[in-house]
Design a protein around this ligand. Structure first.
Ligand code: GDP
Length: 171
């Protein structure tokens, strides 16, 4: 069946925080222990029903571009949503979230819906308190969730929340 909407979503954040794995978990319910299997693939899709509408989420992966600080404005073009990912065990990846928010403000549409994701919630050795991340998210106008691409915890819920919020904006 034809979809009613196609929503472009970009996944951003520092290298190795789990962007590719989150995408794989949501679109294919997969996790690859030893991955960069999606290198070269620009986006993956999954179609879900939101209310009475059929929504195709077209989710873009940086495919490693962030390593070279070369995430281009083309990447953000037309994006209605963003998943800004950090690793809860690596404090610097959370501190860099500010830079990623600036990047979004500079290149993405003003109305883009952003969800901050503290990934790798399955790991011990937390370096970022959830309350601190929630406060940052609130101050910046972002939604927030911790998640684990490995266990799958909260991944579906976070993506669906983002899609619902985008849908509420466009309808
Ligand atoms: P990207 O560079 O942000 O796309 O990160 P990847 O998705 O390639 O993941 C980087 C590393 O973190 C890989 O070794 C993954 O197996 C691992 N990883 C990703 N998500 C999780 C997670 O939720 N929990 C744990 N324990 N490891 C993860």
């Amino acid at each position: 069946m034809e979809e009613d909407y196609v929503f472009k979503i970009v996944v951003i954040g520092d290298s190795a925080v789990g962007k590719t794995q989150l995408l794989g978990r949501f679109t294919r319910d997969e996790f690859f222990f030893d991955s960069k299997s999606t290198i070269g693939i620009e986006f993956q899709t999954r179609t879900v029903d939101i209310g009475r509408k059929r929504v195709k989420a077209q989710i873009w992966d940086t495919a490693g571009q962030e390593r070279y600080r070369a995430v281009t404005s083309a990447y953000y073009r037309g994006a209605l949503g963003a998943m800004l990912v950090y690793d809860i065990t690596k404090r610097h990846t959370f501190e860099h979230a500010t830079r990623w928010v600036d990047e979004l403000r500079a290149h993405a549409d003003k109305s883009i819906v952003v969800m901050l994701i503290g990934n790798k919630a399955d790991l011990t050795g937390r370096a970022v308190h959830a309350d601190e991340a929630a406060a940052f998210a609130e101050e910046q106008g972002l939604f927030f969730s911790e998640a684990s691409a490995l266990s799958g915890e909260n991944v579906e819920r976070a993506f669906l929340r983002l899609l619902h919020e985008i849908h509420a904006n466009v309808s």
